[in-house]
Design a protein around this ligand. Structure first.
Ligand code: ZN
Length: 523
């Protein structure tokens, strides 16, 4: 125990999260004798034989034919087996061939990180450290990473009698191994329990599908334009969107690498998810669809960026979703001759390296800010369209007062129009008079006006409002006549009367809003 305590004290060993060092130390400081025999069906049998003639005990590696003390053949082996943890504490080196001096033992011992649950720190973890120091003179690993325990959705322990257990095999059959693995890795922080939610597993199955479909699109659209995958560092940006996605991929790589080094797997996974789902799929692929329609040079360049960024994200996601990423990666490199691939499989392909200074130049804060502004404007316009009930296919008019940003907006006018589904936008530094009959929004300091005539069929909308106003007026009349009737007010229960007053107030409020909207529209 002294050695195992010292290993932690003097830094040969670290425990994540650190608060569990207390349990480790307390157990080793108060260490007690350990009864290593158990009456179980399964386990290593205790190598001790009792002599029925002289009563002495023979202990041997090989089964002895006779008693070592008196030579009698009447001996029998102890019926007990060794405690499970007695076998388990040998695990880090017995699996490598110990007690033989094997190649594996020399190559792989000591190991690096032990990943396990916090509930077996003294059963298993501390004992492995003791055994490693005792039998091989060195700690079996330098880091102990403790995960939380998996609970059900309401945070209860899963138990057979309670019937709330989730069988991983069922989940895998229904949603896939990747979805389950990703969920377990991203819904926990070290040492804290996880409430396993089926909704999250479904969401992550959808994520795997989204990645699969996007990759199929990218590979299908680009394989005739740009074969292979160019090195990430050789990518050239032709457009603002190119600069943006390269910069974002670079930032993600640096952030995820740091989080992995700090054992923050949950946060790393969440960042990769966000990047793939919203930045790569929802934004860059949409922009790339337009860029792939342009000159040969632009097409080639866009195809190369699509492929190289996909390669990069697959490498980052691989530890979280090994199966779908490997499959896509093999397709991505299908046309690359084996000797020109970075590796024969993604599982042994190198982790993206951050090559110091060189790499930092790929992060482009200006591009991120500028593209971010476009995203905000486009999102606001899309939301407004949805709220106003504009048909998805319909092009609407847009007027932008961009101030200092108007130069950028003019450069990106085509992209803006395509993604927000608008006519060619009218862009000014500032507007002398504000457009009438227009929805006004502000996004990142830019004023956005959507003339309603372009969005809606005004006559139809007026007719719809008239019908609605008529219905509300009828409701108001009914409420008023009830409340003016003394029979009702005196005889009905007070709560019923109160409720009717509330209904009337709400109807009057709706009427005010509808009439003001009608006046606005009619101009
Ligand atoms: Zn004997």
């Amino acid at each position: 125990a002294t050695g195992a305590l010292g290993a932690l004290k003097y830094g040969q060993l670290q425990i994540i999260p650190e608060r569990f060092t207390k349990i480790y130390n307390e157990w080793l400081e108060g260490i007690r004798d350990w009864n290593i025999s158990r009456q179980l069906w399964w386990g290593h049998r205790i190598p001790a034989w009792y002599c029925d003639t002289c009563g002495q005990i023979t202990v041997a590696r090989e089964d002895p034919p006779v008693c070592a003390h008196c030579g009698s053949g009447r001996i029998h082996q102890d019926p007990d087996v060794l405690d499970t943890w007695f076998s388990s504490w040998l695990w880090p080196f017995s699996t490598l061939g110990w007690p033989d001096d094997t190649h594996d033992l020399r190559r792989y011992y000591p190991t690096s990180v032990l990943e396990t649950g916090y509930d077996i720190i003294f059963f298993w973890v501390a004992r492995m450290v003791m055994a490693g120091i005792h039998f091989l003179g060195i700690v079996p690993f330098h880091t102990i990473y403790l995960h939380g325990l998996v609970r059900d959705e309401q945070g209860r322990r899963m138990s057979k009698s309670f019937g709330n257990g989730i069988d991983p095999i069922d989940v895998i059959e229904q949603y896939g191994t990747d979805a389950l693995r990703f969920t377990l890795m991203t819904s926990s922080t070290p040492g804290n329990n996880t409430n396993l939610s089926m909704n999250r597993i479904v969401g992550n199955r959808n994520f795997a599908n989204k990645l699969w479909n996007a990759s199929r699109f990218v590979i299908g659209q680009t394989e005739d334009i740009a074969a292979g995958v160019p090195p990430f560092d050789s990518l050239k940006a032709h457009t603002l969107a190119d600069r943006w996605i390269i910069s974002r991929a670079e930032r993600l790589t640096s952030s995820v690498s740091r989080l992995m080094d700090e054992y923050q797997f949950g946060e790393a996974g969440r960042q990769i998810f966000e990047f793939i789902w919203s930045e790569y799929c929802d934004w860059y692929i949409e922009v790339a669809k337009m860029q792939l329609q342009q000159s040969t040079k632009d097409r080639e360049n866009t195809a190369q960026i699509l492929r190289a960024v996909l390669d990069r994200t697959l490498r980052l996601l691989h530890p979280f979703m090994p199966f779908v990423t490997e499959e896509i990666w093999q397709h991505l490199y299908a046309d690359t001759p084996p000797d020109q691939r970075p590796a024969s499989a993604l599982i042994i392909a190198p982790w993206p390296e951050m090559a110091g200074e060189e790499q930092a130049t790929r992060i482009d804060a200006a591009a991120e800010e500028q593209f971010g502004l476009l995203q905000e404007i486009i999102t606001r316009i899309r939301d407004a369209r949805k709220q106003a009930g504009v048909e998805p296919g319909r092009l609407i008019t847009v007027i932008l007062a961009g101030g200092a940003k108007s130069g950028l907006l003019k450069q990106q006018a085509t992209l803006l129009a395509q993604l927000a589904r608008t006519e060619a936008p009218r862009i000014e530094r500032r507007l002398a008079t504000k457009p009438e009959q227009a929805l006004a929004l502000v996004a990142g300091g830019v004023e956005v006006y959507l003339p309603l005539t372009g969005m809606l069929d005004i006559q139809k909308e007026l007719a719809r409002l008239d019908t609605e106003i008529e219905a509300v007026r009828t409701a108001i009349q009914r409420s008023k006549s009830m409340l003016n009737n003394p029979m009702f007010v005196e005889r009905a229960r007070p709560t019923v009367v109160e409720k009717e007053r509330d209904t009337l107030a709400a109807s009057l409020d709706t009427l005010a809003k509808l009439t003001s909207r009608r006046t606005e529209l009619a101009g």
